[in-house]
Design a protein around this ligand. Structure first.
Ligand code: PCA
Length: 333
């Protein structure tokens, strides 16, 4: 009897302490609220998709799985996403794959120019890339949830670009090692600017050309400084969503299933949103006075040669695995 009283008193005490903890906000987050870090804005293409992913997951799990979004690199800036996730600064993280090439060389396939020319190509590349990326990340204690592409990368400029020489000496905004190499080969000056600071860099006159998607042009209202857009469709880079394996393994089997289910539906929705944004954003650029120009044959030839050079450089630097991946991309479905 007294034994029972003691244990029920202990339960009461535990309950009271838990309630007090909740009132005082200790711990700051409930144990099952996960932090999702991203380097992009909440209202961006990917940000909106992540918001829906979090909402859907909360709904599917009847509130048991909650995710708070930490945007604009405030919790983890893009260059720190991988080490930050590995050391547990967030449970989930989203980063552009071409920014992870130091640790994840095969992610660099995303920005080898003129290999992926359509969303169908991009899907095919991801099918061949995914198992290799998954294996690499698993060895770092991370699990892949999904990848969603940005719309195709086009060329923006303040001045008309008729041939490669017109880019000489321009201040080209860069965001990964490929764009840096392109600037170098074109004898332009590479200026590293994170996506969320593009508008500011333009206003300050630090950049006058860049390769990125039309949607990034729209989100940063680049028509204030850039007047020409050439849809060169250079590549379709993807954002990757990862979860810490340790956090994932703490979920019960049912919750794990819900998380994977929400990720599959977010991935499908993300690809649809991206394709839609690709169509609409070029029109928005036009509507805001930008000239959407066809690529001259001179520029197209120069870009093709540049693409061949970069493909070779990439395969050589990454090694046989890169070669193998491209062979299966080109020869299989
Ligand atoms: N926007 C991002 C990455 C690719 C894109 O279309 C950026 O410009 O940084």
């Amino acid at each position: 009897m007294s034994e029972q009283l003691t244990s029920s008193r202990r339960d009461c005490l535990a309950l009271a302490l838990a309630a007090a903890g909740a009132t005082w906000g200790i711990p700051a987050r409930a144990a099952d609220t996960w932090r999702l870090a991203t380097g992009y804005r909440a209202d961006s293409l990917h940000g909106q998709n992540l918001r829906q992913f979090a909402d859907e997951l909360a709904q599917l799990s009847a509130g048991a799985l909650r995710i708070e979004l930490h945007t604009e690199g405030k919790l983890l800036p893009l260059p720190q996403m991988l080490p930050g996730l590995m050391s547990g600064k967030a449970e989930l993280g989203e980063a552009i794959m071409t920014g992870l090439v130091k640790d994840l060389p095969l992610a660099g396939a995303d920005s080898v120019p003129f290999i992926v020319r359509s969303y169908d190509d991009a899907r095919r590349l991801w099918r061949h890339q995914r198992p290799l990326i998954e294996a690499n990340l698993a060895s770092r204690g991370l699990r892949v949830l999904m990848a969603v592409p940005w719309p195709p990368q086009g060329l923006f400029s303040q001045r008309p670009i008729n041939g490669a020489t017109d880019l000489r000496g321009l201040n080209m905004r860069t965001y990964n090692s490929t764009t840096v190499r392109i600037a170098e080969l074109l004898q332009a000056k590479a200026v590293d600017v994170p996506m969320i600071q593009v508008g500011q860099a333009l206003a300050e006159g630090r950049i006058n050309a860049m390769i990125t998607s039309a949607v990034t042009g729209v989100e940063n209202q680049v028509w204030s400084g850039l007047k020409f857009y050439y849809p060169i469709n250079a590549w379709f880079p993807k954002n990757l969503l990862m979860v810490r394996k340790e956090a994932f393994d703490k979920l019960d089997a049912g919750q794990q299933r819900l998380l994977l289910q929400a990720a599959v539906s977010a991935e499908q929705r993300g690809w649809r949103l991206s394709e839609q944004a690709a169509r609409e954003s070029v029109e928005t650029l036009r509507g805001n006075g930008m000239r959407i120009e066809p690529v001259t044959s001179e520029l197209s030839q120069a870009l093709r040669r540049l693409g061949e050079k970069l493909s070779l450089e990439w395969v050589r630097s990454v090694g046989p695995e890169a070669n193998q991946m491209f062979i299966s991309y080109f020869t299989q479905g």
